[in-house]
Write a protein that binds this ligand. Structure first.
Ligand SMILES: COc1nc(N)nc2c1ncn2[C@H]1C[C@H](O)[C@@H](COP(=O)(O)OP(=O)(O)OP(=O)(O)O)O1
Length: 167
């Protein structure tokens, strides 16, 4: 089976000891808490897509220079030829207050109260790495949307070095 790769963004805002998550109101990942993101359009860079999706889904503005790439995640779903290539970003400098949009209900969570039971099942595997400031590369193969068949996570020294060899 030929694998088709689609690039997505996923942004997490941090403030004090909290992280901003959004409850997805429709579409892929509906009723799950997650960061803010979506598909990269053909006319934009990955950073531009990350800032645009954050704005569309939470009304918050972030400068692309404030987005720190902290992880690269790859998701496949059994029987689906598409691989989701997800670029994960974190930012603690941003403008505006999060507001509910057509896609998301935003809410700040204390780091010790993250609602893993209402999130993608991979999240409780890699959130601890993100929250401890690690850079990482993860691959997750799913059966359906609730079962992880297998996964692998590697900590990285630098995202730049990773992208020099990972095409
Ligand atoms: C499977 O595990 C996943 N875990 C987490 N935490 N996040 C995931 C997972 N799989 C995908 N994602 C992220 C990647 C993107 O940020 C979103 C999906 O993007 P979406 O489908 O909503 O993209 P849009 O361009 O906004 O879609 P519309 O065309 O519906 O606007 O989930």
């Amino acid at each position: 089976m030929t694998i088709l790769k689609k690039v997505y963004t996923l942004v997490f805002l941090r403030k004090d000891n909290k992280i901003l998550l959004g409850l997805k109101k429709r579409g892929f990942g509906v009723n799950k808490w997650n960061g803010f993101g979506g598909k990269v359009e053909p006319n934009e860079t990955i950073l531009e897509a990350a800032a645009r999706e954050l704005k569309e889904e939470s009304c918050v503005d972030v400068k692309t220079s404030e987005l720190q790439n902290i992880a690269h995640l790859e998701f496949t779903f059994e029987g689906d030829p598409t691989m989701m290539d997800v670029r994960v970003f974190s930012a603690n400098v941003f403008q505006g207050e999060p507001k509910e949009t057509e896609e998301m209900i935003p809410k700040w969570f204390e780091l010790n109260a993250i609602p893993y039971n209402d999130m993608w099942p991979d999240d409780n595997i890699w959130f601890p790495l993100m929250l401890s400031g690690k850079l990482f590369y993860g691959i997750f193969n799913f059966k359906g949307f609730n079962t992880i068949l297998n996964y692998n996570i590697q900590e990285l020294e630098s995202m730049e070095a990773f992208y020099k060899i990972h095409k």
